[in-house]
Write a protein that binds this ligand. Structure first.
Ligand code: NAD
Length: 292
């Protein structure tokens, strides 16, 4: 058996550290501001995975002292009703962050709802105004998953300046904003996607490889430059030959960790960082909204 050489980029441990920092910051700010930060998670329908995600977000909020204004609506709720809910949350002084948990039932337009959220309460950092601020290099709420990847790289002092970064995946949720954040950090960035020819050769050039695809174990050891840093955003549930279900990333962890210098596990890598960044965005918005 080959030895694993890669060090683990431990998102779970860093998320706990961020929770402690946020908790400390909130306990200092709350007496001055007179209220805790508030986050409203809107969920529609009964998707079981979404229910778990929402519960985890609310638990994390409780842990650091963020008040939850979560609302759960039945599947048949209309677009107009949800727009009215978002408007009232936009006007609610106790609420600093609003997000709509995806996926939504088919009759609803998720982008239309996202546009209704006030950009300064856009805890997910996905509103066009915040994505525009990212493109322009202006301050703003940054998307949580790519923001979490950047924070993890920063924590382990992985230098990006002048490095070749390859992002596999070009979604508006992960790949595109992440490519912009890496550019902002002075990396030379290539974005690969489903139409890319010769992914293996492009991936092999990467000093930093980030996979955000949604294909179980697509990235194998042969595609990795020795010593590269590998970040796995993918979360895929697979059933193995003995019928057991488990989570795997987009990276073949066992083989890649014999070649890479650093690697994120799945679970326990980028996933916990996404929630930590959501809470951090809520606190950033709380500070900004109460200091004007
Ligand atoms: P998506 O389906 O919106 O986008 C996938 C991207 O991968 C597309 O840009 C597509 O062009 C590209 N792609 C598809 N097949 C490819 C191939 N064979 N080669 C190269 N590129 C290919 O997905 P998403 O929302 O960006 O999510 C990607 C993965 O990340 C999923 O597994 C998702 O569950 C996971 N995810 C994890 C977190 C987290 O917190 N860890 C957050 C968001 C998404």
């Amino acid at each position: 058996m080959e030895t694993k050489t890669a060090k683990i980029l431990d998102g779970k441990a860093l998320a706990s550290k961020i929770y402690q920092e946020l908790s400390h910051r909130i306990s200092e700010l709350q007496p001055k501001i007179g209220r805790p930060p508030g986050l409203a998670v809107i969920m529609v329908g009964d998707n079981p995975a979404s229910a778990v995600y929402v519960r985890n977000k609310e638990k994390a909020c409780a842990k650091v002292g963020i008040a939850s204004f979560g609302k759960h609506f039945p599947t048949q709720t209309t677009q107009t009703e949800l727009e009215a809910v978002i408007q009232s949350l936009n006007e609610d002084e106790r609420v600093d962050g609003i997000l709509v948990q995806l996926p939504l039932p088919n009759h609803l337009d998720s982008v239309g709802l996202l546009h209704q959220i006030h950009p300064n309460k856009d805890a997910d950092g996905l509103h066009p105004v915040n994505l525009g601020r990212l493109v322009r290099g202006e301050m703003g709420l940054r998307s949580c998953t790519p923001g979490g990847v950047m924070r993890l790289l920063q924590e382990y002092e992985i230098s990006l300046r002048g490095k070749q970064a390859v992002v596999v995946g070009r979604s508006i949720l992960v790949g595109k904003p992440l490519a912009l954040m890496l550019l902002e950090a002075d990396a030379t960035v290539t974005v690969a996607h489903s139409q890319t020819k010769n992914l293996a050769a492009i991936a092999h050039d990467a000093d930093i490889l980030i996979a955000a695809v949604g294909r179980p174990e697509l990235i194998t050891a042969q595609m990795i430059k020795p010593g590269a840093v590998v970040v796995d955003v993918g979360i895929n549930r697979i059933t193995d030959s003995s019928g057991n279900s488990r989570l795997v990333g987009d990276v073949h962890f066992d083989s890649v960790s014999t070649v890479a210098s650093y690697i994120t596990p799945v679970p326990g890598g980028v996933g916990p960082m996404t929630v930590a960044m959501l809470l951090q965005n809520t606190v950033t918005s709380y500070v900004q909204r109460t200091s004007n």
